[in-house]
Every structure is written in C-alpha cells, then in structure tokens.
Design a protein around this ligand. Structure first.
Ligand SMILES: Nc1ncnc2c1ncn2[C@@H]1O[C@H](COP(=O)(O)OP(=O)(O)OP(=O)(O)O)[C@@H](O)[C@H]1O
Ligand SMILES: [Mg+2]
Length: 256
C-alpha cells in the first residue's frame, strides 16, 4: 500500500487554476522530489495535502485513509508534517523553546494535557524538554538550544523548523524548499541531514526544491510541474535530459 496516494487533484484560486489533475503515489521509505518553475503550483499541492486548502477536485489518501478536506491538525495527527517555504518561527524565542512549543501544540490537540495533575504536568515538561533536545542532537544543533532564533544563521533556523515538524512524529515529512537562501556549504549539510532523518527515523520525505544537484542526489523519483500540471516524471536521469523540463526552465536551474 502506498503511504500517500493522490488522484485527480485540481485547485482553483478564483479563476486561476493553480493545480490541474495532479496525481502521485509515494511508497513508504521514499525520498520524492517535486520541482517546477516559480508559480507552478508546488506549494499549493503541499497546502492541499496538509489541509490548508480543500481541493476543488480530487482525492488524497494517506495510509489507505481518505484525508481529503480534513483539517491541518487532524492531518498532522495522522502523521504528515511539513515545513514552510518562508520560515515560521518565534524569532524572539530560543531554538529550544521553539521546538518545545511544537510539542505542546500537539498535546493540546491531543487533549492529553487536560488530565494531568501538577506532578504529571511537571513530568510531562521534563519529557518534552528531553525529546526536544534529542531532536536537536539528531539535527546537530544542540549547541544552539539557548540562542534566540533571530540570532541564528539561516541554515540553523531551517533546521529548527525541521525539528518542529518532527515533534509530531510524522511518517511523512513535506519539505518546501529546505535549502532556500542557503550557502552551498549549508546546502550540502542539509542534504546529509535529510539522509540521516530518512535513515534513522524511517521517514518518508517529499520535497520541493529548486536546486537540481540537491534533488537529483536525494530523490529516487521526481515529478516536474508546470502551470499546475505534471510535464515529466521519473528517476533523476530521465528528468535531467527531458526536453519539456529543459524547455520549462530555459536553463534557469540546470546548474547546481
Ligand atoms: N492563496 C492564494 N490565493 C491566490 N492565488 C494563489 C494563492 N496561493 C498561490 N496562488 C497562485 O497559485 C499559483 C501557484 O502558486 P504556488 O505557490 O503553489 O507555486 P510554487 O510552485 O510553489 O512557486 P514558487 O516556486 O514560487 O514557490 C501561482 O500563480 C500563485 O500566484
Ligand atoms: Mg512554493
């Protein structure tokens, strides 16, 4: 059974058709790529998958369950997490607090918190702190735990956001341009981090990315979107030399 299956996904913003009959089938353990020029509809597909928008048409099935039209917190609880193209962090709080807040948000929706006594709550807080630090270690950012986010380099901020997404213990992680704004060194580092998350957490990953080198070396299968439609899909080699892909980009992102 695929982890995520999407069929006939179409979405309109007023008169603008942002996504047209998109489909996909992502198997457990895959690292899947979604690429395409600016405005192609990539982020909209993530927004539809995570319940930010309800699709005009189509069906989204996660682990055999129809999640079309479910609300973001329900989808998050079922095991899909995501990061945003533009970071959404509490810039005046520390990295550690940002990650702890993600754990608390999850508990609030789970209602578990309501039944704890004072002792239970303290125990819960310790557990959350330990879990948050464990994620920071995994992402190799533990040394930044007490630094206010606005003072952190961009690459580290991106990792804090990934840690926040992981707080929900997802099975599927959606990354929207995880290397945007990064230096080449930060990009290489992020590539390693994604591989590590994939291997150690048994995560399935679906990523949107503009940097070809990044997508090509991480993903086994790539879908290319243009004007809301799939114009090509396949393994990296097939994509790299695909005439429609080259045309869509006009060489814009062929280099690393
Ligand atoms: N909330 C919205 N309301 C109206 N139009 C929108 C909205 N969100 C996106 N669009 C439009 O839908 C189209 C697809 O946008 P989307 O953000 O999905 O593209 P993208 O492939 O992620 O592009 P980029 O690479 O620039 O991030 C664009 O024409 C965009 O202007
Ligand atoms: Mg986008």
């Amino acid at each position: 059974m695929p982890l995520l299956q999407i069929e006939g996904l179409t979405h309109y913003f007023g008169g603008l058709r942002a996504v047209h009959r998109f489909h996909t089938r992502i198997e457990p353990g895959e690292i899947r790529g979604l690429i395409g020029p600016n405005g192609a509809g990539k982020t909209t597909i993530f927004n539809l998958t995570t319940g930010v928008y309800r699709p005009s048409e189509g069906r989204i099935v996660f682990e055999g369950r129809d999640i079309t039209g479910k609300r973001p917190h329900e989808i998050s609880r079922l095991g899909i997490a995501r990061t945003f193209q533009n970071l959404r962090l509490w810039v005046n709080l520390t990295a550690l607090d940002n990650i702890k807040i993600a754990f608390y948000a999850q508990i609030r929706y789970g209602l578990a918190g309501a039944f704890f006594g004072l002792r239970g709550r303290r125990h819960e807080e310790e557990r959350i702190e330990a879990e948050a630090r464990r994620l920071m270690r995994l992402l190799d950012i533990e040394q930044y735990a007490d630094v206010v986010v606005s003072a952190l380099p961009y690459g580290i901020q991106r990792k804090v956001e990934i840690a926040r997404a992981l707080a929900t213990r997802p099975k599927l992680l959606l990354l929207d341009e995880p290397t945007a704004g990064m230096s080449p060194a930060e990009m290489m580092d992020t590539m390693e981090v994604i591989r590590k998350l994939h291997d150690e957490l048994n995560l399935t990953i679906w990523l949107i990315e503009h940097r070809m080198k990044f997508v090509m070396s991480l993903c086994q299968h790539i879908q290319v979107l243009d004007f809301g439609e799939i114009i090509a899909e396949g393994p990296p080699d097939a994509i790299r030399n695909h005439p429609r892909v080259i045309k869509a980009y006009l060489g814009e992102m062929v280099e690393a």
